[in-house]
Design a protein around this ligand. Structure first.
Ligand SMILES: [Zn+2]
Ligand SMILES: [Zn+2]
Ligand SMILES: [Zn+2]
Length: 166
């Protein structure tokens, strides 16, 4: 975890229920299959950890917590899985935190391969929410008008979440 709720503010619970977690993993596997990709056990495990966390997680924390039995992963296993999940639009790299988060489905068109994504990142507690502002499609439109082929677009907005403002 980037911040582990070290702040003194009250927070709603993050992360998913077991049901929602299972649904998320099933939907992700189905999406991979539809794209002709395989949800291998390491990819599934990394996605499971990201979904469980419900907020950005550093790669080295994923590596350390990888084994169900407590054993760390070989770093390339986790990095390759993160690379795959990011390409499939199932996870996003938050550059400003150097961390990864499971896709919140808020990107343009409700997720999908390489979709543009925007994030609201709380600088106090670290809570991070994916949103789908209409401004993203405006940037895509302007890029297209320049004959520019947009391959990725990330907006990382920093500030204070509702819980930390109150
Ligand atoms: Zn997304
Ligand atoms: Zn906060
Ligand atoms: Zn706070």
């Amino acid at each position: 975890m980037v911040h582990s709720h070290a702040c003194d503010h009250d927070h709603d619970a993050h992360g998913l229920t077991a049901d929602a977690l299972a649904r998320g993993l099933t939907a992700a596997a189905a999406r991979c299959e539809a794209a002709g990709q395989r949800m291998t056990p390491p990819r599934r495990r990394v996605l499971e950890m990201l979904l469980r966390a419900g907020q950005p997680v550093k790669a080295y924390d994923l590596i350390a917590a990888f084994g169900e039995d407590g054993a760390p992963a070989k770093p390339p296993t986790v990095y390759r899985a993160l690379d795959f999940l990011s390409k499939q639009g199932l996870a996003h790299r938050i550059e400003s935190l150097n961390a990864f988060i499971a896709c919140g489905g808020g990107g343009g068109g409700g997720g999908g391969e390489g979709h543009a994504a925007a994030f609201l990142i709380c600088d106090c507690c670290g809570a991070t929410r994916e949103i789908a502002p209409s401004g993203v499609s405006e940037i895509e439109r302007l890029a297209g008008a320049q004959g520019f082929n947009l391959t990725s677009l990330m907006v990382e907005a920093h500030g204070l979440c509702q819980d930390c403002r109150s």
